[in-house]
Design a protein. Sequence first.
Length: 302
Amino acid sequence: MSTFYNDVIQQSEYFTVSSRVESLDLLEPDTRTKVEMMAAAASVQGFVIYETYRSSQRQALLHEGEPDKYPTELSALSFGCGAVFATQAYGQVSQDGDPAPLQALAEAQGLIYDAANPWYVTTVATENVAGLVDGSWYPESGVTEPPATFTQPPVNVDVPYVEQVDNMLNCTMGNWNGEPTSYSYQWVQDGSGIPSIGPSLDVLSVPDIVGHSMTCIVTATNGAGSTAAPPSNAVVVEAPAARGLGDAIVASGTIAPRDPTLGEVALAAAAESSPEVLGVAQPESPPGDGPQPEVGTADRRR
């Protein structure tokens, strides 16, 4: 079991120090959140966090000095699951004041308060302390799953699929066993790979692609290696539809009717309104027949 105690506290420079430690970084996630919330509310009443971690060496020294006050046994404070508060006044920190207000502040954040040890709060119930000390139990929020161990590369179970939507070719990743952590995509035109990145390809960005056969090869990777899936289904690239005209824009940039009737009507309308765009010859105007200035409003009223 990988825990916050194993991964963080035991690796910390404070693990064996005999001095007092008040770093929030040594509190496991759930305990830290609750202690920080309590500390924010407690500060209004003059309380501050005094200790967040106590090594076994420090516990032994404290017991040696005051055996009646400090037991030899470790508490949740040594495992990132507790904190000690104190009062602060005029820059001086002490535990000479009244700790009673801490009970309500602790309970408001779901922390456990023990009147027999009134400056101390924890997230660990009494019945779980023994398991905490012997390593058989740790709060769920401080347990991390070990990274996945891969013994073989991914295995493809469903071949990727390609389809064309307007001007885009889209390739699925397929289905895999072996928990892939990344995928790469190679687009193939008529059997030859083309420069490409990702699962989507804009056909307008590839010269002379219309009418050619396209497939995609997906490679999946995990910690043990990589596997390429079989090539996807082949798609013969169609010229993307020209939106609003019902025509098709081919790779050369010219317009060819997709629906003959609609295309002829659209092209005729376009030629009439903007003949120069489609290269339609315009008759020369007779001399003196140029555009006439518009008659003003005042002239039309006469």
